[in-house]
Write a protein that binds this ligand. Sequence first.
Ligand SMILES: [Fe+2]
Ligand SMILES: [Fe+2]
Length: 297
Amino acid sequence: MGCVARQEITPTKIRDHVSRLGELYPPIPLSSIDRTVQNPDLVRDRYGHLLTYLARVELEVDRNVLELLTVLPDVEENDRFFYEDVWQPQEIQHGIILDQLGQDIGMLPSEPMLEVNWKYKLLGALGRFRGIQDVSRLLYYLTGASTERQAVLAYNTFTDGLAELGEQAMVETVITPIKRQEPGHFAFYRMSAEYMVNTYKMKPWQLWLTRMLRKVSYNLVGTNGLPRFKQDMGSVIATLGVDADLEKYAKEIGRLEARVLWANRNGMEFPPYFLTALRESVEMYREYGLGHVRTAV
Ligand SMILES: [Fe+2]
Ligand SMILES: [Fe+2]
């Protein structure tokens, strides 16, 4: 990567990227999926909790929009274009479809958390100061990038696992179409974060504050900082089979942030708080089991 000069990112390029995503990937209608499941019991035993976890995370998109509006009262046009016209309509369908499939195989409906955390409200109140709002924006992009990257990896592994079980309908009409939409989301956040750090040029104190806030508040996708979801995330990590080499996984999901936010300081390949969060979830799951996910039968 080192010798290839990265093209400079501009708001126009980001906008073009978002329009392309909108044209390429209309929201997936529930009616387009084939709900045939060859062996519901086996799929439920092996992947039921993963399915419910992913469904919940996807359905929480509506809270994510509220959080965004809370911390970025003066939302930029590109951000609005992305979350309102492309991202939310795509993600909510992911949630609806996965949740339906979960119920088809005997899982309870997932229960998305839709209440905005007080930390976002505090950040929103401080966002009256323009300098702070820039910090919030960068936090939003970094959170989005890490989240989307985890989604891409989860869907990749899920596809392989379902294919192995011979669940072709799920692979072809559900997971593959969903999976196709996630890398474009990641790219939006990556480009936006790179733009802020490299071109828009945030001040040293803003970058410092962003680093501190990431350090103290980093959460894996869908844990919402709560123990019961951290336990469930531990089981997701185990199902994905990445618990044997957490450092490798931390590198996969933390590489971008190590570069953009920490400039690979002292050879950093991922920010240490990624690994801390992964270890915590795995340990909590080993100790206490599943926290929230249940089957209906
Ligand atoms: Fe999604
Ligand atoms: Fe996504």
